[in-house]
Design a protein around this ligand. Structure first.
Ligand SMILES: *Cc1c(COP(=O)(O)O)cnc(C)c1O
Length: 441
């Protein structure tokens, strides 16, 4: 593969030189010889995350059952310890956050707790009063399949037909949501809405505060899937007055495959009985009473179900340490925007005429942590990129996602990736004359 053309690589070197976060790259194990741009699917292991897993394993080895009380910090409150450190990343207070479950199970838990299709029970009364019952959930057609599976199955469990009770906001361009279409979906029959803060394919970042305001003005509860934004985009969920949120920690938070997830429940909903109850959601001072009566914890930890998955919690401690040292998520966002701006600028210039379009919104306020390049041959280009030592990912139908992450990627990574992309597509275009068939199948 060719090396980057001199001008972008010189600029990259200058940007890397001036980068206050450059020193954190050494904290991560990056696959050797590769440019890792897939941290929005699975962040890499850090030395700190590894050390915390080793520590918990050591405590288990040395203490056995006593680790629950004698480990440092004690396992019994480890989830709360971590939740307090996650809270600033999303703009919440610690009592509104629970570190538990997975993205999808947390969505199930939040729906079970907050979806209240009273209209389905009181339909006749409501209609008599000239009011439509609120028994519809709003989501969007672009969202990740698992969220939509959860919504469908949840409605079915409530005895509601998803064909009637799940309304999916349509995308005008197949990539983004239009604010007017979101607003229009909040009709009087809607009780609750679930939207992604950042679209997982196009990287579109929605205006959480404005949309939350519109939902509330229409009497709709709203929750945010922050899987593609936590750790990349600062959130102010309390300030936005969001009702709930949920996310994973294995993307921009680098907590490892299948790491524990997280959820946020605004304080005005604290004290509700959890929809899916278990002993770990019982008030800590009553948990070991082991009685049939469920006395929920007064905070978001009421939404815990069973024993915390501590080996999947431990790596997160390391990730959060690094983020705190780096100056918090605002510092990460500043570098993330610089990296993605540089990447888009290089894509515009170095890939001009090669069939690419930047498919993510351009404005800083409307994009998350990755760049989405559309190309009709996206799948094959992704395969070639991997062979050339760049790790991107492909999303249907025609998107190459490149996620330069602020803690471990450099501007040189961006320049190098674009140079390799240019070489791949130029070479393929050249060969097209001789191997037409191979390229179009
Ligand atoms: C990554 C992701 C998920 C994954 O769900 P898990 O339960 O963690 O496997 C769900 N929703 C969105 C939007 C995601 O980006």
């Amino acid at each position: 593969m060719s090396s980057p053309s001199p001008e972008p690589s010189r600029r990259a070197a200058a940007l890397d030189q001036a980068d206050p976060l450059a020193r954190f790259r050494a904290e991560f194990f990056l696959p050797s010889g590769q440019i890792y741009l897939d941290g929005n699917s699975l962040g890499p292991l850090s030395r700190r995350a590894e050390a915390h897993v080793q520590r918990v394993l050591g405590e288990w080895r040395a203490l056995g059952i006593n680790g629950w009380t004698d480990a440092v910090p004690p396992w019994i409150t480890l989830s709360e310890t971590v939740a307090a450190q996650v809270a600033p990343l999303i703009g919440a207070t610690p009592d509104e956050v629970a570190v538990t479950g997975s993205t999808t199970t947390n969505l199930h838990q939040l729906l079970a707790t907050l979806f209240d299709p009273c209209g389905s029970v009181l339909a006749r009364d409501s209609r008599d009063q000239g009011r439509s019952p609120r028994n519809v959930i709003v989501a969007d057609e672009l969202n990740f399949s698992s969220d939509l599976h959860a919504l469908h199955s949840h409605l079915r469990q409530r005895g509601l037909d998803p064909a009637r009770h799940l309304r999916l906001i349509k995308s005008r361009d197949g990539r983004t949501l239009h604010p007017a279409d979101i607003r229009a979906a909040f009709t009087p029959d809607v009780q609750l809405a679930v939207l992604p803060a950042v679209q997982f394919v196009s990287g579109q970042l929605l205006d959480l505060a404005a949309i939350t305001r519109e939902a509330h003005a229409a009497g709709v509860l709203i929750g945010w899937d922050c899987s593609h934004s936590i750790g990349a985009v600062p959130h102010t969920l309390d300030h936005a007055a969001a009702d709930f949120a949920f996310w994973c920690h294995y993307k921009y938070l680098n907590a490892g495959p299948g790491a524990v997830g997280g959820l946020y429940l605004n304080r005005r909903h604290l004290g509700r009985a959890p929809g899916l109850a278990g002993w770990w959601g019982v008030r800590p001072d009553r948990r070991f009473a082991l009685v049939a009566q469920h006395e929920p914890a007064p905070d978001a930890s009421a939404l815990h179900i069973g024993t915390p998955h501590l080996l999947s919690v431990a790596p997160l401690l390391g990730s959060l340490e690094i983020i705190a040292e780096a100056g918090g998520v605002a510092a990460l966002r500043a570098k993330s925007l610089a990296l993605t701006s540089f990447l888009m600028e290089l894509a515009d210039r170095e890939l001009a005429g090669l069939g690419f379009t930047v498919a993510n919104p351009r404005a800083d306020a409307e994009r998350g942590g990755h760049v989405a390049l559309a190309h009709p041959e996206a799948w094959r280009i992704c395969q070639a990129l991997k062979a050339a030592g760049v790790v991107p990912d492909f999303r249907r139908p025609d998107i190459i996602r490149l996620a330069p992450a602020p803690l471990y990627n450099s501007f040189a990574d961006c320049a190098d990736a674009i140079a390799r992309l240019q070489t791949i597509v130029r070479t393929a275009a050249h060969e097209k004359f001789s191997t037409q068939r191979a390229l179009v199948t």
